[in-house]
Each structure stands twice: as structure tokens, then as C-alpha cells.
Ligand binder design. Structure first.
Ligand SMILES: Nc1ncnc2c1ncn2[C@@H]1O[C@H](COP(=O)(O)OP(=O)(O)O)[C@@H](O)[C@H]1O
Ligand SMILES: O=C(OP(=O)(O)O)[C@H](O)COP(=O)(O)O
Length: 396
């Protein structure tokens, strides 16, 4: 039983409902390339507008340092309008006069997106004055963003202590589905952790190795481990400062009996662009100017062999820069393999993360997975057994 209030407990009519959503979706040249997170929040927005509430949507986008027009939520308000099939207005700030005026003009049943919360330093600091400024725009608070529940920010955590707080439909659904799928997973459990958010996801691997039997470290994440083992990684995405943390994780894995699988080969290029000239080489043979932009075929074969022995597969973070051909090959091949194992009833598979879901859709296999979560980092922290601040703050 989930111990928090949901929309079913809220009186929404004529209320200004501050809703934390996750509009941090994959985009290219101003266009949304994967709309999974937009579709996920439609039931909550409709529940509010159907009951005559005013939906005031809060979200971050990217990791801006201050106001940055390239990380505006304005295009997302348009994209959401198309999904929702009704007008979605936009305010050029999430606090202050621009926000106050725009919210005060809203009629019952209307929807507005406020500008990127991370344009203000108070968001990530969870600063009390910024929380108060946001809270003044709403009568009640709904958190419908499981994918940011691991962040203790003003819009994800602080507001829940200021206003009557409720879980949105997507938040409820995510926790229920993940609990059902992974509360008592069939073993062996294999986790794949890849992608590019190395600094924010690396540390949690130390706990994850106690929960899973095999950990495949992939994508940009793997490069930090390879460098920590003394390999030359050239210009690859790598957090050299985290070498000690990476070595510590390898030790913890050994102590916990968790098998670590690292890449043995990679697709290398000197330019970060689609169809850049590339070559396949072992991870000991990376040139000074080269980047590992995808896992190589030997690594993929090794991962498939490990997948054959697994009963449960959890996955966050692609194997390579999958947005650019041909560096999508490993991610697509492994995604299709997990999809096939799932269809055949050989594994239960759960994948999550903004870009991971985009990658599964790109591979055409999202439907084949047992469950696809909107969340990446939050999903991994949940799996690690950590209390998520955004969820904890909602508890009755
Ligand atoms: N070897 C690599 N070099 C550079 N970028 C990579 C590499 N592998 C994966 N990526 C990038 O990682 C990003 C996704 O990582 P992340 O944000 O952690 O995943 P998610 O959004 O699913 O949680 C993608 O944009 C992809 O291009
Ligand atoms: O995209 C997100 O997470 P994900 O990359 O783990 O899927 C969330 O919007 C959180 O973003 P953040 O990691 O910048 O706090």
C-alpha cells in the first residue's frame, strides 16, 4: 500500500494546482525526439482540468547555470499542447510578477507551463525563499515526476512541506509497477548502467552491486572505470577525478559477489557527429584523439551471453551515443536481444531513463520490455533501496 495522498483525495475544483512534472525530454534542433514523459503526465493534467482545477506545471530542463534561452521550456509548452489537444499557455518565469500575473489570469480547467525552475539557484538549493515564491502560486501541490524524485529541490521536495501535497497518477503508477516487478526479483539479476551522467550515477553503483548479481557498466560510465584501471581513454567522456570511486566500486562488487562486465572493445571516432569516420578496436588501443562512442561487437556478444544466464534485467543508460548513427549499434542490438528474451518469457525486463526510453523506441522494442519507467537516476536509486526525497515528502 502506498502511504500517501493521491488525486482521488484532493478537491481540485477552482484550485491552483502546482504540478511538478518532468519536461526534461530528449530534444534535437528544438524538436522533441521522444515524447514518453509528455504522455506520462496527461492523466494527471486531465484529472485536474476535468474537475475544474487550474494546472500550473513546474519543471526543469537540462542543467543550466542561470537563465539560458537554449534551455527554455517554451517549446515544451507547445509540444504538450499538441499531446493534450487543448491550449497550454506559458509564463516566462516560474516566480515573480510574470508567473503571478499569468497564473492569476488562468480560468478553471486551464493549463500553464512556467519557465525552467533551474533558471533560479534556489531550485537546486531548495532555498526556503524560493520555495515560498513557488508556493504562493498554488493552493495545492501534486508531484507527478518520479524521474526527479531523487532530487531534493524546491519543486520536487520543498513544496510538499508548504502546501497540501498529493502524488499524481504517473508517480503512483511508477511506484506500484516497479514494486510489483522488482520487489522480489527472480535471480540472477543483471543490471546495465550506461549513459553519460557519470558523476551523478557513479556513486550509487556501490550500493547497487549489493542488490544485483551481474553489473554491466556501459557507455560513458564505462570509460571512467577503464581509465581507473590504467587504460588510455583518449578524448572519451570520462570523469578522471572519480577514478578512486570507480576502484572502490570494483572492490565492493568483489566483496558482494557481484560480477562486473566492462567493455572489451569499442567503436572509436575522432569527431562527435553522425557518420564520423570510425574504427573498431580493443579498449587497450584507444588513440590520443579518439573517443569511444559505442561498445564494440565483442562486448555486445559478451553482454548477450550474460543476459542468457539472467532471469531479471534492469537497464538505465545506453551503450553509446545512440542518437548518432552508427554509434547506436550496440544499444539497438542489446535492446532487441532483451526484447526477444522478454517475449520468450525468459527474463523480466525493466528499463528506465529519458534517453534510455528514447533508445528503446529507436530500436522499436519499448513495447517488448516488461516495464518501461520514465525514470533513470531515480529508478536506480529506488533499486538501490534509497529513500527518494520527492517520494518521502509526500508520505502522510
Ligand atoms: N560513450 C559515450 N560517449 C558519449 N556519450 C555517450 C556515450 N554513451 C552514451 N552516451 C550518451 O548518454 C546519454 C544518455 O545518458 P543518461 O542521461 O545517463 O541516460 P538516461 O537519460 O536514460 O538516464 C545519451 O545522450 C548518449 O548519447
Ligand atoms: O532526465 C532525468 O533523469 P535521467 O537522465 O536519469 O533519466 C531527470 O529529468 C533528472 O534530471 P537531472 O539528472 O538533471 O536531475
Amino acid at each position: 500500500m502506498i502511504a500517501f495522498r493521491t488525486l482521488d483525495d484532493a478537491d481540485l475544483a477552482h484550485k491552483r494546482v502546482l504540478v511538478r512534472v518532468d519536461l526534461n525530454v530528449p530534444m534535437e534542433s528544438g524538436r522533441v525526439t521522444d515524447d514518453t514523459r509528455l504522455r506520462a503526465i496527461l492523466p494527471t493534467i486531465r484529472a485536474i482540468t476535468d474537475q475544474g482545477g487550474k494546472a500550473v506545471l513546474l519543471s526543469h530542463f537540462g542543467r543550466p547555470k542561470g537563465r539560458d534561452a537554449s534551455q527554455s521550456l517554451a517549446p515544451l509548452a507547445k509540444a504538450l499542447e499538441a499531446q493534450l489537444g487543448r491550449k497550454v499557455s506559458f509564463a516566462e518565469d516560474c516566480v515573480g510578477d510574470a508567473a503571478q500575473n499569468a497564473v492569476s489570469r488562468l480560468a478553471a480547467g486551464e493549463v500553464i507551463v512556467l519557465e525552467n525552475t533551474r533558471f533560479h539557484a534556489g531550485e537546486e538549493k531548495n532555498a526556503p525563499d524560493f520555495v515560498d515564491a513557488l508556493a504562493s502560486l498554488g493552493d495545492i501541490y501534486v508531484n507527478d515526476s518520479f524521474s526527479t524524485a531523487h532530487r531534493s529541490h524546491a519543486s520536487t521536495e520543498g513544496l510538499a512541506h508548504k502546501l497540501p501535497a498529493y502524488a499524481g497518477r504517473s508517480m503512483e503508477g511508477e511506484i506500484e509497477a516497479l514494486t510489483k516487478a522488482l520487489e522480489a526479483p527472480a535471480r540472477p539479476v543483471l543490471a546495465v548502467v550506461g549513459g553519460s551522467k557519470v558523476s551523478t550515477k557513479l556513486e550509487l553503483l556501490g550500493n547497487l552491486v549489493r542488490k544485483v548479481d551481474v553489473l554491466v557498466i556501459a557507455g560513458g560510465m564505462a570509460n571512467t572505470f577503464l581509465a581507473a584501471q590504467g587504460k588510455k581513454v583518449g578524448k572519451s567522456l570520462c570523469e578522471h577525478d572519480l577514478a578512486d570511486t570507480a576502484r572502490d566500486i570494483l572492490k565492493k562488487a568483489e566483496a558482494a559477489g557481484c560480477e562486473i562486465v566492462l567493455p572489451v572493445d569499442a567503436v572509436l571516432a575522432s569527431e562527435f557527429r553522425a557518420n564520423a569516420p570510425h574504427r573498431v578496436a580493443g579498449v587497450d588501443d584507444v588513440g590520443e584523439n579518439e573517443m569511444m562512442l559505442d561498445a564494440g561487437p565483442q562486448t555486445v556478444a559478451r553482454v548477450e551471453e550474460k543476459l542468457d544466464g539472467a532471469k531479471t534485467v534492469v537497464w538505465n543508460g545506453p551503450f553509446g551515443a545512440f542518437e548518432m548513427a552508427p554509434f547506436d549499434a550496440a544499444t539497438v542490438t542489446v535492446a532487441r536481444y532483451v526484447g526477444k528474451l522478454t517475449r520468450e518469457g525468459r527474463v523480466l525486463s525493466v528499463a528506465g531513463g529519458g534517453d534510455t526510453v528514447a533508445a528503446l523506441n529507436h530500436a522499436g522494442v519499448a513495447e517488448d520490455f516488461s516495464y518501461v519507467s520514465t525514470a533513470g537516476g531515480a529508478f536506480l536509486e529506488w533499486l538501490e533501496g534509497k529513500a527518494l526525497p520527492g517520494v518521502e515528502a509526500l508520505r502522510r
